[in-house]
Design a binder for this molecule. Structure first.
Ligand SMILES: Cc1cc2nc3c(=O)[nH]c(=O)nc-3n(C[C@H](O)[C@H](O)[C@H](O)COP(=O)(O)OP(=O)(O)OC[C@H]3O[C@@H](n4cnc5c(N)ncnc54)[C@H](O)[C@@H]3O)c2cc1C
Length: 441
């Protein structure tokens, strides 16, 4: 394998793949994509629902885009997924049903963000990504997988990427798109080679609710409804990552586990899950969201004996902890929602009020009460399940020009790890923008 390329892209998530896509469309061939995983995809294997609106998963200011530009870019991303086998079925098109839900939300002082959505699914996305990879390889893009880039050096001719086992790689232009899992590494590299960034002060702390599919009927119209709720104490809440017929999943971090969720396209459970997130804006003296998030995540895991916590809604409302021996109690209808995680070995019955700050619990409860009104009392059913910790860390904010070029010449960043997006579509757009920066040179 060559070691010198015109362009190297670190990260084969949507940001990296779409950067390569736009480069080959413009007849650039000397491209290497490196990923530490044995297959390309990044986070696209997680459910892979496409939010086809600029109001979700991206900030136009960070991407230097107008609404019109964003719409064009979103269409390009969606068309590529369709070209590689995503199904045509789309959610959010039925305006009449949509209006009905919007009105119900408004009556309860909740905003329903309008969005078209396409669901690919964890199972189907493998094929889509395989075709994406073949398309790029047929046009000359090389992949170097199972290769963790440990360090980066810069010199007058470009960049050298270091990997102990597989040797070094060199390039003139570098795109770093390492996703959230690589954001700490990117920060370390940035300190060393002088990429400028600033700390964010925001973090989303919330819970994931699991309930029977029929208790959340809006998903027939909108796959992943985004409700925005302002509480009377001034907290901002939003629903996030809904998985109709889906399952709860765990994400392993260095020293704790977080809950998340996904769904398969072809095999459904009887449940739906979605997150309710509370945005916390930190002020002096603690402004580091990583420290705050870790604190909550670790204490929740410690209380769960090294695992996340699950609580029946009935226990939560009664202000009691959930226990293994009463977790399926028939007299309280607790047998009516079967958790999609195994109680005891993957998640522990407990009490989220023990590890979550009072202010956050109070605002989450207010959010649930508002949603409960919209859905005619199905959200607060005793048998529903609440999982924690569900936390979204925002990445550092990297200073770039409008083409994602950092303070280091010829070094571009893209995607979630660089704070340029918070979802597949936004990450893909930021990758395309970075590729345009390279093309402009
Ligand atoms: C459970 C779950 C469900 C989700 N569901 C959705 C959804 O339905 N819709 C949606 O829009 N978003 C969803 N997301 C978020 C989505 O996955 C991300 O927003 C998106 O993947 C970000 O793309 P990215 O290219 O920036 O980074 P990623 O997709 O994370 O890709 C980064 C890649 O870089 C590689 N990497 C990092 N550091 C290095 C290094 N040093 N050397 C080599 N390789 C490195 C990683 O291995 C990874 O493959 C979900 C996330 C999770 C965790």
């Amino acid at each position: 394998m060559k070691i010198m390329y015109d362009i190297i892209i670190i990260g084969s998530g949507p940001a990296g793949l779409f950067a390569a896509y736009n480069l080959v469309k413009n007849n650039i061939r000397s491209i290497l994509i490196i990923d530490r995983n044995p297959y390309p995809s990044g986070g696209m294997l997680n459910d892979c629902k496409l939010n086809l609106t600029h109001e979700i998963g991206m900030d136009l200011e960070d991407l230097f885009l107008t609404v019109e530009d964003a719409k064009k870019q979103i269409k390009i991303i969606d068309d590529v997924f369709l070209e590689f086998g995503a199904l045509k079925e789309i959610y959010g098109e039925n305006q009449e049903l949509y209006r009905d839900w919007t009105e119900r939300a408004q009556r309860n002082e909740v905003k329903l963000v309008p969005a078209l959505q396409r669901h690919i699914g964890t199972d189907m996305s493998k094929d889509v990504i395989k075709k994406f990879r073949e398309y790029l390889e047929e046009r000359g893009v090389s992949f170097k997988l199972s290769t963790n880039i440990e360090d980066i050096e810069k010199n007058d001719r470009g960049f050298t990427l270091l990997n102990k086992e597989n040797g070094n790689f060199k390039c003139k232009y570098l795109v770093i798109a390492p996703g959230r899992s690589g954001s700490k590494w990117l920060r370390d590299v940035s300190k060393k080679i002088g990429i400028k960034y600033s700390n964010g002060k925001r973090i989303d702390v919330g819970i994931r609710i699991e309930l029977r599919r029929e208790s959340y009927p809006i998903t027939d119209v909108l796959y992943d409804p985004k409700f925005k709720i302002n509480t009377k104490y001034g907290n901002e809440l939003r629903t996030f990552c809904t998985n109709p017929g889906g399952r709860i999943t765990l994400e392993q971090y260095d020293d704790f586990k977080l809950v998340n969720g996904d769904a398969l396209k072809n095999k459904k459970t009887e449940n739906t899950n979605f997150a309710i997130l509370n945005t916390v804006n930190l002020t002096e003296p603690l402004t580091d969201p990583f420290i705050y998030g870790r604190l909550i995540a670790s204490s929740t895991n410690i209380l769960g004996g090294g695992l996340p916590i699950v609580q029946r809604m009935g226990d939560f409302l009664d202000e009691k902890r959930s226990k293994a021996d009463t977790f399926f109690e028939k007299s309280r209808w607790y047998d009516r929602v079967q958790p999609t995680l195994v109680i005891g070995s993957t998640v522990t019955p407990g009490d989220i009020r023990m590890s979550y700050p009072y202010k956050i619990v109070k605002s989450l409860k207010e959010g649930m009460i508002k949603l409960n009104k919209i859905f005619g009392n199905t959200i607060l059913k005793e048998e529903n399940l609440i999982y924690a910790p569900e936390i979204k860390f925002y990445s550092l904010l990297y200073e770039t020009d409008r083409f994602m070029e950092t303070s280091v010449k010829n070094l571009f960043v893209a995607g979630d790890g660089a704070g340029k997006s918070r979802g597949i579509v936004g990450a893909g757009i930021s990758g395309i923008i970075a590729s345009k920066g390279i093309l402009s040179k």
